[in-house]
Design a protein around this ligand. Structure first.
Ligand SMILES: NC(=O)c1ccc[n+]([C@@H]2O[C@H](COP(=O)([O-])OP(=O)(O)OC[C@H]3O[C@@H](n4cnc5c(N)ncnc54)[C@H](OP(=O)(O)O)[C@@H]3O)[C@@H](O)[C@H]2O)c1
Length: 287
C-alpha cells in the first residue's frame, strides 16, 4: 500500500482529503487544533515551520506522496517557511509533492486564467502563495501545483460560509460583491481530485475549480438558500469597485485540462448543492 503524508488534517480541506484517503497508508499532521478523532490513519503533531521536525518526520515516515493543504490565509506567516521545509525534504527523499495553491496568486485583471498563467499577486496572502509556487518550481520539477478557488462545503461548514451565516443571523450588515468573480469548488470534489493527482504522474500547474464562474453575491445567495437561511435585509449586493478594497476582481480559471485529466467531475455549485442536499456520500460523486 502506498504511503501518504497529508498536512493540515484539522483544516477544512485537509479533513476531507483524510476522510477519502482509502487505499492509502495515511499519516496526517496537525498543529494547534486537533483533527477529527474518527479519521483513519496516524496523526502526527507537527509545526511545519520547524525545519528539523519536518525533516525528521518525513525522513522517518518515508511517504510516497505529500499532499500539502496546510497554511492558508488564516496562517499567512507560515506559508513560505512551511513550503521551504517541505520542499527541501521531499527533494532529498525523492517524494512526490501535491501542493495546494490559490487563484489569489493572480491579479484579477486578465481573466480567464490558463493553468500556467503568470502569477501577479496584489494581496499579501497571494504574494506568499506565489513565493511558495516559485520555491516548488525552482526545486521540485515533479511536483503538482494546484490552483484552486473558493472552497465550500457543509461537513463542517467552510470558514467563509460560516462567517456569512453568523453575520446574517446576528443582523450584521453584509455586502456581497456583484463584480467579484470566482469559480467556487466543492471541498469534496477538490479532495478527490488531490487524491487522484497523488496517484498519478502529472506534474506542473493545474487549475482545479468549479466550471462556472459566479459573482460573490450569486454564490452567497445560493449557499444561504441551500442552508435555508432567510435572506434578510442586512445582506446586500454591492460593488467591490466602490468599496476601496484592493482585491482581485475576476479570477475565472480555465479548467479544461483538469476536466480531461481527472476522473473526478468538477461539479458546478448547483450540482454540488444537489449532492449536499441529497446527503449523497462523498464517494458517489465519482461513481
Ligand atoms: N479556503 C479557501 O477558500 C481556499 C481557496 C483557495 C486556496 N485555498 C488553499 O487551500 C488550502 C486549504 O485551505 P483551508 O481553508 O482548508 O485551510 P484551513 O481550514 O485554514 O486549514 C489550514 C490548516 O493549516 C494548519 N497550519 C497552519 N500553520 C501551520 C503550521 N505552522 N504547521 C502545521 N500546520 C499548520 C492549520 O492548523 P492549526 O489551525 O491547527 O494551526 C489548519 O489546520 C490552503 O493551502 C489554502 O491556501 C483555500
Amino acid at each position: 500500500m502506498k504511503r501518504l503524508f497529508l498536512t493540515g488534517a484539522a483544516g477544512h480541506l485537509g479533513h476531507r482529503v483524510a476522510k477519502f484517503a482509502r487505499g492509502w497508508d495515511l499519516f496526517y499532521s496537525w498543529h494547534s487544533s486537533l483533527p477529527d478523532k474518527s479519521l483513519l490513519g496516524t496523526p502526527i503533531h507537527l509545526d511545519l515551520c520547524n525545519k528539523r521536525d519536518v525533516h525528521k518526520t518525513l525522513t522517518h515516515i518515508k511517504p510516497d506522496v505529500v499532499i500539502h493543504t496546510a497554511c492558508s490565509n488564516r496562517s499567512e506567516d507560515s506559508i513560505v517557511p512551511a513550503i521551504e521545509n517541505i520542499v527541501s525534504t521531499v527533494v532529498e527523499n525523492s517524494t512526490r509533492l501535491v501542493h495546494v495553491s490559490t487563484d489569489m496568486v493572480l491579479d484579477g485583471d486578465n481573466a480567464p486564467y490558463s493553468d500556467n498563467a503568470k502569477a501577479n499577486p496584489i494581496h499579501p496572502y497571494g504574494k506568499a502563495k506565489a513565493i511558495a509556487e516559485e520555491i516548488i518550481l525552482a526545486n521540485c520539477a515533479s511536483a503538482v501545483i494546484v490552483r484552486t478557488s473558493l472552497i465550500y462545503g457543509i461537513c463542517p461548514l467552510d470558514h467563509q460560509t460560516k462567517w456569512l451565516v453568523d453575520d446574517v443571523k446576528l443582523g450584521n450588515k453584509v455586502v456581497l460583491f456583484t463584480d467579484e468573480i470566482r469559480c467556487p469548488i466543492w471541498v469534496d470534489t477538490l479532495a478527490h481530485s488531490l487524491l487522484e493527482l497523488a496517484d498519478s504522474s502529472f506534474h506542473g500547474f493545474l487549475n482545479i475549480a468549479g466550471p462556472n464562474p459566479l459573482n460573490r453575491w450569486d454564490f452567497g445567495v445560493k449557499l444561504l438558500d441551500m442552508l435555508e437561511v432567510d435572506l434578510k435585509s442586512n445582506i446586500l449586493p454591492g460593488l467591490q469597485a466602490e468599496s476601496g478594497l484592493l482585491r482581485p476582481r475576476n479570477l475565472t480559471l480555465e479548467v479544461d485540462k483538469a476536466q480531461h485529466l481527472l476522473d473526478t467531475p468538477l461539479l458546478n455549485v448547483d450540482q454540488a448543492i444537489h449532492h449536499m442536499r441529497s446527503g449523497l456520500s462523498d464517494k458517489t460523486i465519482i461513481d
